[in-house]
Design a protein around this ligand. Structure first.
Ligand code: NI
Length: 178
């Protein structure tokens, strides 16, 4: 499958209120926008600001150089597509401002989403997110990568002392691979 066309590959999109979404979005032409720690700070700031416009709960994240994985609680009043459009649009605006660019096309169009079905599905996707930097060869152990929610989970004791290993269940479906 072509990972660059996650949205067009899906003909229909539906909206589930009060749901947790696993989201993957990819930079345009795999540009390593988030290899720059300053851009990751800008992204974190953008996400916080967008939260004021389209309320959501951040449940997990991995910011990789050329794509993002997010686990988001989306309350009834928020539309996931409006939320993700806002994240991409506002990040681009902030990025242009920060780097003094007149134009910037930073995102591959759209994003891929999956509605979390149950607790097992939740755990599987959360582990997938936290293990992702290892999967992509960025680090050897999940805790070595600073731009995921893994350390916060550890700090809060939500993982106990268990070392994160590669998830046993492999995610299938479009858009998971990035
Ligand atoms: Ni990935």
């Amino acid at each position: 499958m072509d990972h660059r066309e996650p949205v067009r590959a899906r003909l229909r999109r539906w909206y589930v209120p009060n749901a947790v979404y696993f989201i993957t979005c990819v930079t345009r032409d795999r540009l390593p926008v988030f290899a720059d720690a300053g851009n990751i700070l800008l992204l974190r700031d953008t996400l916080r600001r967008v939260q004021g416009l389209h309320p959501f709960g951040m449940r997990g994240y991995a910011f990789l150089p050329d794509h993002l994985h997010l686990l988001l609680f989306v309350p009834e009043e928020t539309s996931i597509s409006a939320l993700m459009q806002s994240v991409q649009w506002n990040y681009t605006r902030n990025h242009k401002r920060a780097h003094g660019l007149a134009t910037a096309r930073l995102w591959q169009r759209g994003y891929w989403d999956h509605v979390i079905r149950d607790e097992d599905d939740w755990a599987q996707h959360l582990n997938y997110i936290h293990y992702n930097p290892v999967k992509h060869g960025m680090v050897r152990r999940a805790e070595e990568y600073p731009h995921t929610s893994f350390r916060e989970y550890i700090r809060r004791g939500w993982y106990g002392n268990v070392e994160l290993e590669e998830p046993v269940l492999v995610l299938t479906g479009e858009g998971c691979e990035p």
